[in-house]
Structure formats: C-alpha cells, structure tokens
Ligand binder design. Structure first.
Ligand code: PPS
Length: 284
C-alpha cells in the first residue's frame, strides 16, 4: 500500500494529495471563530453531511451554493484537491477532514468554532470502504473481502483504526465544541438531525427550507446530481467507469457482504472496545 498511502506520525494519508510537511503545517492553520468543520472516519456519511451543512449554512444564497461541487463548498483540509486558497474564502467557511484530533489546527479548540463529527456503524463503514476501494484511484483495490477486512481490523488503511478514530474524537468532547451525529440517526429521521444541526449552529430555518433540504439530501437526489455524487472529481481520483460514489446508502448492508464467520471475526476484534463507547451503534 506504500504506493497509495504514506504514514506520518502514526496516521495514513493519501500519497498523491498531501505531504508530511503540509500535514504538519495544518497545526498552525489560521482558524476563524465562524469556521465549521465536518470530521469523520471515511465512509461514514461525510458527503451527505457536507451537502446538508452547506445547504443549512448558505440559505441566503442557496442557488449559488447548489451549483457548486461539494468539494468546493466544504473543501478537505488535508487534501488541497483544487489548490483552493483557504485564506481568501469568505466566512463562514466549511471544512472537511478525516484527521484524528492530534492533527487538526490548534485553533479549533478555542471553543468558538464548531465541529460536527459523523459516525457510522463500523460494519457498514467497512463494506462501503471495500466497495469504494475499487472505484478510488487513490486507494489500493483489494478484491478479496477477507483481506480488506483484516486491514480494516488492523487499522492499516486511510483513517487508520476505526476504533481509535471514534474513541479518540469522543474523548475530545470537552476540548472542542463538537456535535456528534450518526449516519443511522440521519437515515432514520433526517428532519430531527437537521434540526439538531441547526440548533448547534444557532440557525433557525423555516419549515419550507427544512423540507427543501430533506428533499435535496435524499440518496436518490444526491446520486442523480454530478455535483453531489463526486462525478466531477478528476479521473486521477475516481475511476467513474468502475462505480458511483453514492453506492447504496442503507443501514445494514454489511449483512449482504459479510458471512456469519466474518461477522464473528469482526466482533472478536471490535466488540469489547465498542461496548465501552458512550454510543450504541445500530446494526440494522
Ligand atoms: S468519504 O469518501 O469518506 O467522503 O465517504 P462518505 O461520504 O463518508 O461515505 C459514503 C457513504 O455514504 C453514503 N451516502 C448516503 N447515504 C444515504 N443518503 C445519502 N444522501 C447519502 N450520501 C452518501 C454513500 O452511499 C456511501 O455509503 P454506501 O454504503 O457505500 O452506499
């Protein structure tokens, strides 16, 4: 996997999109009080949250926002995909990152800016990641699910060990201003999640706007729109002929991929630490 990822201070990063120096420089990245960060382990509902957040945030110029790629509305901090000049972006800025807490800008812990941390049941994360590894040009394609799962359980992939990421961020709840959200709660009751986000951001949207966001954040709507389905990503990032970014969008798809034996193997490695998490994940 050396060709695809590099390890820096215990964490994996995408070789073609970042350097250790750039990652280190982000600790001193200048934060504004109005900045909002979306943080997640890969495949946990990041793009979905990016879309929702940018619709909530830019309600004053929605049309302009919606004509932009997700990538430009809530850019990745550690991957300057379009070489965007972050400093010249108007406030409020939205950012996205998969990084662990020890890598994020120091200024993020000043208590004023905001973080939304999105999590998803790790078996669905694993299965989504497995399929994504075939579509992504930047990740090594692993055809055999067993091999992919062992890497996931060992944390030898982008995002590192799921447990470390989630445990790590949950433990930071008093050091940052964080709203924890789950993919499953969004899936089951998007309206409540949107209101939760609005409340956290101190925004009050009228009922029509909330309805509109719910409609536009549906899996089908997002999948049909190239701007929210990552179809404008350069072909050296995603091989669009191999699959779509928005693949299935359901809870419990792991059951269609993992055998009983694989699921038990997964539990034997993850269950103990998962039971100690202050969150109970939903498996179906
Ligand atoms: S990434 O690469 O880390 O940014 O991926 P991420 O966006 O975190 O996760 C991708 C999965 O989220 C699903 N998704 C959605 N599900 C339901 N509704 C909506 N609107 C939606 N948008 C994205 C996407 O389909 C991936 O999950 P799977 O299970 O592979 O379908």
């Amino acid at each position: 996997s050396e060709k695809y990822l590099f390890k820096h201070k215990g964490s994996y990063f995408v070789q073609s999109l970042a350097t250790p120096e750039y990652i280190d420089s982000l600790r001193d990245f200048e934060i504004r009080d109005s900045d909002v960060f979306i943080i997640s382990y890969p495949k946990s509902g990041t793009m979905w949250t990016q879309h929702i957040l940018s619709m909530i945030y830019h309600e004053g110029h929605r049309n302009g926002t919606e004509s932009m790629d997700l990538l430009d509305r809530a850019p990745w901090l550690e991957y300057k995909i379009r070489n965007m000049d972050f400093a010249s972006r108007p406030s409020p800025r939205l950012f996205t990152t998969h990084m662990h807490h020890q890598f994020v800008p120091k200024g993020l812990s000043n208590g004023k800016n905001k973080i939304i941390y999105v999590m998803r049941n790790p078996k669905d994360v694993l299965v989504s990641f497995y399929h994504y590894s075939k579509v992504s040009v930047q990740l090594e394609e692993v055809r055999d699910f067993d091999t992919f799962m062992e890497r996931f359980l060992a944390g030898k992939m982008l995002g590192d060990l799921w447990l470390d990421h989630v445990e790590g961020w949950l433990a930071q709840k008093d050091n940052f201003n964080i709203l924890f959200l789950t993919y499953e709660e969004m899936k089951k009751d998007l309206r409540s999640s949107i209101l939760k986000i609005c409340n956290f951001l101190g925004k009050s949207l009228n009922e029509n706007l909330v309805d509109d966001i719910i409609a536009k954040a549906s899996f089908d709507k997002m999948r049909a729109d190239p701007r929210t389905n990552a179809e404008n990503l350069p072909s050296d990032m995603l091989d669009h002929s191999k699959g779509r970014f928005l693949r299935k969008g359901t809870i419990g798809d792991w059951k269609n991929t993992m055998t009983v034996a694989q699921s038990e193997r997964f539990d034997s490695v993850f269950k103990e630490r998962m039971e100690k998490l202050p969150f109970k994940f939903c498996w179906d």
